[in-house]
Ligand binder design. Structure first.
Ligand code: ATP
Ligand code: MG
Length: 281
């Protein structure tokens, strides 16, 4: 593990309590660098949420070790430190709101930490500013859109001054606009505030901006690398029941027709290459 690793999973195995104890994670190795934006892809039941819960000590590994900024998640005395370091946003925006107003909601975690009122005020202001929701301070959360609710959930985490935020399918229940709002926010917090982002998603388009992509399959790491490394293996991904970004898929299908374009991840690049090709014909 390098100095810069924020999170390290070493040979981590896990199964839920029960009669059968089917392994849900099988000797997973994964390193997440400080300040990076990483995506975790994988079909239903591949173990992504279980991995997320292991990363902030909501679950503990059955075998292997998980280090969060060097702290072993098994260290009971450091439990709250680990959870403060690694915040988690879940899929359903309605299940995460606890406050009667937006600011109450953001204050919730700080109150539990025993932060004094003046410091709390400052942190709420900062957090609402960071997620672009200052105007909604006194709004009742049920009046917000799904995307806005997720941004409030992120503000609640930001107020705790985390090192990392795990988004566990945090955009899955949102409309395209809400999805874009949350993704733009995550990218901005990563670039401008240096927050490590771990984005668990079903949408391959969300992964194209990542520094690193990990693909899970049946409790194991199937592939990992840059978006280019991973998404250039279209057939392997499709065999694992996974989609690839639109531009990658179109390029792949054109190649099958004998039209070869350079590798692209983004639609804009694809359009450029197609236009260039058409103009030279
Ligand atoms: N609390 C639990 N008790 C028992 N089994 C569980 C529990 N939570 C998840 N599982 C099982 O563990 C496996 C992995 O589930 P997990 O939720 O980690 O997958 P996932 O990749 O997040 O799936 P999805 O894409 O549907 O969110 C599944 O087979 C699931 O049924
Ligand atoms: Mg899940």
């Amino acid at each position: 593990m390098s100095e810069e690793s924020l999170l390290a999973l070493r040979h981590v195995s896990f199964s839920y309590e029960g009669e059968e104890r089917v392994p849900v994670l099988k000797s997973v190795d994964l390193t997440i660098e400080k300040g990076s934006f990483v995506s975790i892809l994988g079909h239903n039941g591949s173990g992504k949420s279980t991995m997320a819960k292991l990363m902030n000590a909501l679950l503990l590994p059955e075998e292997g070790t998980i280090l969060v900024s060097g702290i072993d998640t098994r260290d009971g005395e450091m439990l709250w430190e680990v959870r403060r370091h690694v915040g988690m946003v879940f899929q359903n925006p309605d299940n995460q709101i606890v406050g009667a107003t937006v600011e109450d909601d953001v204050a919730f975690g700080l109150e539990n930490m025993g932060v004094d009122p003046q410091e709390m005020r400052k942190r709420i202001d900062e957090a609402l500013h960071a997620v672009g929701m200052e105007k909604y301070r006194t709004t009742q959360p049920y009046r917000l859109s799904g995307g806005q609710k997720q941004r409030i959930a992120i503000a609640g985490i930001m107020a705790m001054r985390p090192s990392a935020i795990i988004l566990d399918e945090a955009t899955a229940m949102l409309d395209p606009q809400g999805r874009q709002e949350v993704m733009l926010l995550a990218r901005r917090l990563n670039r401008e505030e240096g927050i490590t982002i771990i984005n668990i998603t079903h949408f391959p388009e969300e992964a194209v901006f990542s520094d690193h992509v990990t693909v899970m399959n049946a409790g194991e790491v199937l592939m990992e690398g840059t978006p280019h490394d991973v998404f250039s293996q279209v057939e392997r991904l499709q065999a694992a029941g996974l989609d690839v970004p639109f531009a990658v898929r179109v390029r792949h299908e054109l190649a099958a027709q004998g039209i070869n374009l350079p590798f692209v991840l983004h639609q804009e690049e694809l359009v450029e290459h197609v236009c260039r090709l058409l103009s030279t014909r």
